[in-house]
Design a protein around this ligand. Structure first.
Ligand SMILES: Cc1ncc(COP(=O)(O)O)c(C=O)c1O
Length: 391
């Protein structure tokens, strides 16, 4: 029997039933059954902590190994299969911010080099790029995409024109943060590769939200979160590097693995809780059980209908065509909602504290923008509540 999506799925999530949760994208929300897998892993660890961590996780191992391979590597294989990559080209990190830091802080920038980012990039990623370049006498340049977001072709042309002889890396989102737009990553990578520029993809929002096939993108590094749309427990991110880039890549935390090879260097950043990473395959398995395509189609359709409904009833404006929308949609609200970060914060608080609706609100380009996340526990009546609260 096909499982119905919508409010009946709320039984699968531990959320407060009093809240209309339209903010899945911000920090993710793992289903109960994945959290149960994580708890079972914790219980297993605590029966013999050093045995588990040193003989089943640590790449070096201590004494006799219980297993052929580290359990982290098995989990990496499962994640790799989900995102179109070989497991051994992929390592776990806590989150996308860490993945971006590892790449940019390992890169051998020379004085005068530059990293190209877009004005749609996530603030924490911009800061990481700023720091990694500034300490080497390099710099960050920002290309304006906000004005050309209506058309993926225009995005590719704008990035292409912005590449300069000293551009070493282009950082491109797979799905942008506040604006929630799917970017033409493969096309950007193609022009970068012709110009000898490396590409780092910020895939914080992509795995689980849209189908991700890293092998076909032609990029140098791809980092993403599994704790947002792939239903892993927090904190669960991964970093993929093409074989040619692995040798010069260092984790943000240097530990026993130094100079021991890519997976070795990242798999033991000191003692940490491996359960979010080990439980990641359970999130993927649950999504497969429900049908990955079906989940993504439902979420996309709901996000898009939410966008249409908000434009219909509120004079809101969609930022881009449906083909650039995944499981989140951002609309800019009319002037009566204000224009500043303070206006956005006020609206966000009003929606949460007066209407029990959690949704992302931010200000950019002198407009207050609302980003609705759609997950299978949501349905159109949630959007109806949002529209009513905004009216
Ligand atoms: C595009 C983008 N990049 C990076 C991040 C950072 O993710 P994390 O806090 O999990 O590192 C986010 C967070 O929402 C994001 O939207």
């Amino acid at each position: 029997m096909t499982v119905q999506f919508g409010h009946s799925m709320k039984d699968e999530w531990p959320q407060d039933p009093a809240i209309t949760y339209l903010n899945h994208g911000t920090v993710g929300a793992p289903p109960k059954r994945v959290l149960e897998v994580q708890q079972r892993l914790r219980d297993e660890i605590e029966r013999q902590p050093s045995r588990f961590l040193l003989r089943e996780i640590s790449p070096k191992g201590v004494g006799v190994w219980k297993r052929e391979r580290s359990r982290l590597r098995d989990a990496a294989n499962a994640v790799g299969e989900f995102v179109g990559a070989k497991g051994d080209d992929l390592v776990f990190v806590d989150n996308t911010t860490e993945g971006v830091n590892a790449v940019l802080r390992s890169f051998d920038f020379r004085e005068g080099d530059e990293v190209l980012v877009s004005d749609l990039a996530y603030g924490g990623v911009m800061n990481a790029a700023d720091y990694a370049t500034r300490v080497r006498g390099a710099r960050v340049r920002t290309v304006e995409l906000l004005k050309s977001v209506k058309d993926p072709g225009e995005i590719v042309r704008t990035v292409s024109e912005a590449i300069a002889p000293n551009t070493r890396i282009v950082v491109i989102d797979h799905i942008t943060s506040g604006t929630a737009l799917i970017m033409p990553v493969a096309q950007v990578a193609e022009i970068c590769s012709k110009r000898g520029v490396a590409v780092l993809v910020d895939g914080a929002h992509a795995p689980g939200a849209i189908s991700v096939d890293i092998a076909s993108l032609g990029v140098d590094w791809y980092t993403g979160n599994l704790h947002k749309w792939a239903w892993s427990p927090r904190s669960c991110g991964f970093l993929w590097a093409s074989p040619a880039r692995q040798q010069s890549l260092r984790p943000t935390v240097i530990s026993w693995g130094l100079d021991q090879g890519f997976t070795h260097e990242f798999d033991w950043p000191g003692t940490r809780d491996p359960t979010p990473h080990l439980a990641a395959p359970a999130g993927i398995a649950f999504m497969r059980e429900l049908g990955v395509d079906r989940v993504q189609r439902y979420n996309h359709e709901l996000a898009w209908q939410a966008g249409l409904e908000l434009t219909r009833h509120l004079d809101a404006r969609l930022l881009a065509p449906e083909s650039m929308i995944g499981t989140m949609v951002t609309v800019s609200l009319p002037a009566r909602f204000g224009a500043t970060a303070e206006d956005a914060a006020r609206l966000r608080d009003t929606l949460l504290f007066e209407h029990q609706i959690e949704v992302h609100v931010a200000a950019f380009d002198n407009q207050v923008c609302l980003r609705v996340s759609a997950q299978i526990y949501n349905e159109m009546s949630d959007i109806g509540r949002l529209v009513k609260a905004l009216n």
